[in-house]
Design a protein around this ligand. Sequence first.
Ligand code: NAP
Length: 281
Amino acid sequence: MDVAFIGLGQMGSGMAGCLMDAGHAVTVWNRDPAKAQPFADRGAALATSPAQAAGSRVVFTMLANDDALEAVCFGDDGLLAAGPGLLHVSCSTVSVALTERLTQAHTDAGQRFVSAQVLGRPDVAAAGKLSIVAAGPPADLDAAQPGFDAFGARTIRLGDRPAMAAAAKVALNFGIAAVIETISEQIRIAGAHEVSATQMAQLLVESEFGARMFASYAPMIASERFEPAGFPLYLGRKDVGLAIAAADGAPLPLAQLLAERMDAIIAAGGGARDWSSLGQV
Ligand code: NAP
């Protein structure tokens, strides 16, 4: 497959690497060109703008937030200026509102657009084992599937509206934040009675709690390994905010509480630590 990959941060670099490993012809663009150079050294083509990266190919984007995705799509030399034909596969965790706006804008430009949200941290991305939650017209998802197969272990399709995947993703990430806070408080409760954090983490991994989320976060929290951040808390705060916005005014008291805690940690200078530090006092 002839693909472009835009956004070579912690997640995108692993995903683009998997596309190259799978033998796809990859063109890359990143705002900071230094992050694109290692891909050129491996044989990827270097583009000078998102529009140039696009051509009429399948274009994957993996960018920090709404502002970044807007810049890459609506900016001068952005994807929407690339002409008709391209298929934009949006993997960044962004708002439902922007996802809906992009669905319309790409259609107006004679282009195609799907949302393919990814679950898993940077090491999982680099290993090609992400879970992909996708939504968009089935033929467009089919066209993107070889890419999903390169960086993902499984793809779950939700329906034909890209906004469905965006909404499901922020709901899932809110759930991870709630699990992190829960584990931290469980460790604190038992710790008040000489149960060590390691013992409590082991219980969480080995008991009925040992679902994948508990099993991956409990050891991280117990060992207080918060740096380097695989997923910094400021990005997690973005996602809880996106979840609150996606609920269209429905009450989310737990999400509000988590947002307030995250704001306090960011104000105290802890936003760059991994979001598994969320429950620390
Ligand atoms: P990251 O390492 O901070 O990478 C962010 C990327 O966005 C970089 O390529 C950066 O370019 C680019 N960018 C930021 N602002 C931009 C702008 N205004 N214009 C153009 N490019 C811009 O973040 P990440 O961890 O890869 O996360 C990327 C997305 O995936 C986020 O939406 C995040 O919520 C989501 N996600 C993350 C994880 C995780 O565990 N990390 C897991 C699943 C989903 P520069 O290199 O030039 O700064």
